[in-house]
Every structure is written in structure tokens, then in C-alpha cells.
Design a protein around this ligand. Structure first.
Ligand SMILES: Nc1nc2c(ncn2[C@@H]2O[C@H](COP(=O)(O)OP(=O)(O)OP(=O)(O)O)[C@@H](O)[C@H]2O)c(=O)[nH]1
Ligand SMILES: [Mg+2]
Length: 321
């Protein structure tokens, strides 16, 4: 096994960080590393924390880290900031808020941005979560900012999705639109020290009644993360959902569908990487040909695709991936 993978699996924080950086760059060598560590994955409980900006996600994550640590569990955290990779204020803020845990060797915190990511943010986030899983963290928390489609994609990689709402933000319509209601397993109404939290919780329950019957009825609880209020209930709900996933047919089919997405994502990347290099090479000439109507974009796309598919055996595709 590669030395870097070995050191990461042994729990060396610098090696884990370097490993995730390789993935983030979409480095082709990282696929080989992923293959090596994959057998060690599948043990962590991955929890996605999403919700509108400023809802208190990072504050909540910090509370959850403390609660999991108190329960003797190690925690890996991925803070995803799709809009402003690396330099974003939100990421800096997250770092500050979570720094209480910075010296705890049972906690690993990492920010990720979308910059230079061939496979897209969701692919890289998923792989980073797998790395933390393989490195032995019992729990992996993924915080994403916002409630758009890209957050839905990112958060789909988690076993348990926790949606954080706050009173008076008028979030409900936005969330319905983004389809996050459907993928949330646990609802938290944070900032319940403010007026209107009970009303938001009621509204969520009404909306849940409208969503087609599921075996798992997402629990709704109030929290005040800033003062550490309501964390016990969230911990119980997380544990109950984990148990549901482990013991039911629904849990198994969810795992299989995650694996399906995983394979499709790798395929997409492998094919695209191939097509892209042919495309980049011939681009200038082809663009001119389309401009003069000597050809059209549809024929160009299908001929590129044909060539890639015919030129590569499965083995080539695999080494490319
Ligand atoms: N009143 C009140 N404020 C809170 C509570 N939890 C968090 N806050 C405050 O809300 C603000 C935003 O908290 P964050 O934890 O940074 O929220 P976030 O959702 O991570 O924000 P982004 O990552 O920027 O989207 C901070 O000023 C917190 O102190 C709470 O329970 N009650
Ligand atoms: Mg945050």
C-alpha cells in the first residue's frame, strides 16, 4: 500500500489532510489510493448538516462534536463551502467556532471548496468522507452552506441528513423548492430562544404529512445551539436514524443506491476525462468548423464520444479512473 495511505490510515492528521488535498485536486493518482482504502470504509456514521446561511450549523456541529466526544466517539468534520473556496469568511468563521476542538486528537476538521474539482464538489466530498471513515473516525459530520441544488447533491452522500431551520427566516418555501424536505431525515429548529420556533416546528410537521409515506418519519426538535440546548434530543434522533438504517430494508436500499451513485460518478469522471482531453486538443479547429456550419455541435459531441468509447477497452477506462 502507498505510504501516504498507510500513514493516513494510522491516523496521522497531516497525511489525512494531504490525502484529501489530492482528492480535491482530482489527481488521477488519488483514484488508486481510494481503491486501496475502500475496504476499510463503511463503518462511520456520516451525518450531513445543512440549512440556510447563518442558521447556526457550525455552532451546532461544535455542540455535536462535544457530545460525540463525551460519548467516547472520534469525529471527522468536513465544512463545505461551494461559493468561496478556501478564502470564504464562512469557512474562516467555521474554523474559529470549531477551534475549541482543534487540539483534540479525536477530532479532525477540514474545509473543502469547489475549486479545481474535476468530479464536482459532491464527488470530492464523498471521497473525503470515505477517507475519514477509513481512517477510523466513528462519526463524519459534513456541513454545507445554503439550500440549493448543489447542497442537495453534496448532502446526499451522508447516511443521515439533518436540516437546520430557524424562526422568522421564511425558509420553508425555499426549502420546498430545493427538495431538501424530501431528503432530510432529522429536522432541527435552531435559535429556539427566539420567538416563533414552535410555529416553525408545527409547519414542518404539517409539510411532512404531505410527503408520501416513508418508513422513517423524520423527527423535529428544537435547539438553541449557542447555549447547548436541545443537543441531547438531536443525539437521540441521530442514533435512532442510524439504527433504522442498520436494521431495515429501507436502510439497505439506501446504501445500495448510494453505491450506485458512487459507481456512476466514477464512470462519469472517467469518461469525461477522456473526452475532455480529445476535445481540448481539437477544440480550436472544431469551433471554427461549427461557426462556418461545416458541422454542428451535436455531430461533434457524438463523434468525440464514439471515438472515446471505441478506443478504450474496459481496462483503459479503469486505469483512467
Ligand atoms: N440566538 C441564537 N443565535 C445562535 C444560535 N446558534 C447560533 N447562533 C448564532 O448565529 C450566528 C451564525 O451561527 P453559525 O453557527 O456560524 O451559522 P452557520 O449556519 O454555520 O452559518 P454559515 O456557515 O455562514 O451558513 C452566530 O452569530 C451564532 O452565534 C442559537 O441557538 N440562538
Ligand atoms: Mg457555518
Amino acid at each position: 500500500m502507498d505510504a501516504l495511505a498507510q500513514r493516513a490510515l494510522a491516523g496521522d492528521p497531516r497525511s489525512i489532510a494531504r490525502f484529501i488535498s489530492l482528492i480535491e485536486r482530482g489527481d488521477s493518482g488519488s483514484r488508486e489510493l481510494m481503491k486501496q482504502i475502500y475496504p476499510k470504509t463503511g463503518r462511520a456514521h456520516t451525518i450531513g448538516i445543512t440549512g440556510s446561511p447563518g442558521a447556526g450549523k457550525s455552532t451546532l456541529v461544535s455542540c455535536l462534536i462535544a457530545a460525540f466526544r463525551a460519548a467516547g466517539k472520534t469525529v471527522g468534520v468536513i465544512a463545505v463551502d461551494p461559493s468561496s473556496p478556501f478564502t470564504g469568511g464562512a469557512v474562516l468563521g467555521d474554523r474559529l467556532r470549531m477551534q475549541d476542538h482543534a487540539l483534540d486528537s479525536g477530532v479532525f476538521i477540514r474545509s473543502m471548496g469547489s475549486r479545481g474539482n474535476l468530479g464536482g464538489l459532491s464527488g470530492a466530498t464523498h471521497e473525503a468522507a470515505l477517507v475519514l471513515d477509513a481512517c477510523g473516525f466513528d462519526v463524519v459530520l459534513i456541513e454545507t452552506v445554503g439550500v440549493g441544488q448543489s447542497e442537495v447533491d453534496v448532502i446526499r452522500v451522508s447516511d443521515t441528513v439533518c436540516l437546520v431551520l430557524v424562526p422568522g427566516a421564511g425558509d420553508d418555501v425555499q426549502i420546498m423548492k430545493a427538495g431538501i424536505m424530501e431528503i432530510a431525515d432529522i429536522f432541527v429548529v435552531n435559535k429556539s430562544d427566539r420567538d416563533g420556533a414552535e410555529k416553525v416546528a408545527m409547519d414542518i410537521k404539517v409539510m411532512l404529512d404531505l410527503i408520501a409515506n416513508r418508513k422513517w418519519r423524520p423527527p423535529v426538535s428544537l435547539a438553541s445551539a449557542r447555549d447547548g440546548g436541545g443537543i441531547d434530543a438531536i443525539m437521540e434522533n441521530i442514533a435512532a436514524h442510524g439504527k433504522h438504517l442498520a436494521e431495515t430494508e429501507e436502510g439497505r436500499s439506501r446504501r445500495l443506491s448510494k453505491i450506485k451513485n458512487e459507481v456512476e460518478e466514477i464512470l462519469r469522471r472517467a469518461v469525461f476525462a477522456r473526452v475532455e482531453s480529445a476535445w481540448t486538443f481539437e477544440q480550436t479547429e472544431i469551433l471554427g468548423d461549427i461557426d462556418s456550419r461545416a458541422t454542428d455541435p451535436y455531430s461533434v459531441a457524438s463523434s468525440l464520444l464514439d471515438r472515446v468509447i471505441n478506443a478504450n477497452s474496459y481496462t483503459d477506462l479503469r486505469s483512467e479512473a
